[in-house]
Design a binder for this molecule. Structure first.
Ligand SMILES: [Zn+2]
Length: 353
């Protein structure tokens, strides 16, 4: 009890100091800390729901649930705010000092954001099962891939938000050492900043894809911002690396049902790539728990195939993605780039073996 009081006192001091120094940005960083608490709660719930689905052999996609949309919304919420600039904020239970009801407000804002993100509606993944769709840039469902219609036992590993220095390089090395290829959804701004790593991805024969210029939630962006984040980002990334890109992924998967965004994606000759396995590695720093989450979701996919989402900017992802690579190999699964699976499904030449 004494210790709890001491910690509480410390944290009150931290908050008042924070508020004094940062004024308006202080409240934003405290909101972010609350959002982190809520995101942890949501992920625990997600894992419980996965266990239930497995127990009841319920194969409806967990990524179509509002619980999952809330996770995406919480990430967008967290990343659009500055972190508390002292390290002590993780050492106490932040809910104990929520006197102003701010936590409830943050939860409400994140839940409302989830309604806007609408990650993976059924409209886009109910292809006729025995007649594979031809995939091409389009605002119709032919222009969106979730992984649910991939051939049996075929998986695409995807790495978002990079490149980032040695993390990206280590992941590329792990893939290369196993004779695997993956798709890297890069941010043009990061590719400029970490050009050596970006080149390393290209030179290792990996598949380069676009994930916007700076990773904003594009569903609430102006037309000129959307142009910059997709059209200009494509041009600059391709010029920087000397490669062509053919697939794109919206930041947070947000806005797949927004006409302006789908039009811009199709106009740039891009197929939009969602995912059907979320590692949640941006929040979960335990590689074993990430692998367990991947395995469960793999079992729940309609054809035991799909697109796996990682983030190569996370240090622990080097380990969790390596565990996943070895698991896929040990299970005798095919691992291909997104572009190769699309070529395969369109009856075009490909390296998906
Ligand atoms: Zn992203």
């Amino acid at each position: 009890m004494k210790i709890a009081l001491f910690v509480l006192t410390l944290s009150f001091l931290s908050f008042s100091h924070e508020a004094h120094v940062q004024k308006n940005s202080g409240i934003e960083s405290i909101k972010r800390a609350y959002a982190e608490v809520y995101a942890d709660f949501l992920i625990k719930d997600f894992d419980r729901l996965l266990d239930l689905k497995l127990a009841f052999r319920d194969s409806s996609s967990i990524l179509n649930t509002s619980a999952y949309a809330k996770i995406l919304s919480s990430r967008s919420y967290i990343e659009s705010r500055k972190p508390l600039n002292h390290k002590s904020n993780r050492s106490f239970n932040i809910l104990e000092v929520d006197r102003a009801g701010l936590y409830a407000k943050v939860v409400e804002e994140i839940d409302n954001g989830a309604l806007r993100i609408q990650p993976n509606s059924r409209n886009f993944n109910t292809y006729k099962s025995n007649n594979e769709p031809v995939i091409y840039p389009s605002t119709s469902r032919a222009g969106n891939v979730t992984g649910n219609t991939f051939p049996k036992n075929t998986w695409a590993l995807t790495f978002d938000d990079g490149p980032r220095g040695n993390r990206t390089k280590e992941i590329v090395d792990n893939l290369y050492a196993r004779g695997l290829k993956a798709t890297f959804f890069m941010l043009t701004a990061e590719a400029k900043k970490y050009k050596t790593s970006a080149k390393y991805v290209v030179d290792s024969g990996m598949n380069v894809a676009l994930h916007s210029y700076t990773h904003p939630d594009l569903n609430k962006a102006s037309s000129s911002k959307v142009e910059y984040e997709i059209t200009t980002a494509k041009k600059d990334l391709e010029n920087l690396l000397g490669v062509k890109t053919s697939v794109f992924r919206l930041p947070y998967g947000s806005g797949m049902h927004t006409k302006k965004l789908r039009d811009t994606i199709a106009k740039n000759n891009y197929v939009h790539i969602f995912w059907n396995i979320d590692t949640l590695d941006w929040k979960d720093k335990n590689p074993q728990s990430v692998l367990a989450r991947v395995k469960k979701q793999m079992k729940l996919t309609p054809k035991h195939s799909g697109v796996i989402l990682f983030h190569d900017i996370q240090s622990k992802t080097v380990i969790s993605s390596k565990l996943t690579m070895d698991y896929l190999i040990n299970e005798g699964q095919k691992v291909c780039t997104v572009e190769d699976v699309i070529a395969l499904q369109n009856g075009k030449p490909n390296d998906c073996k």
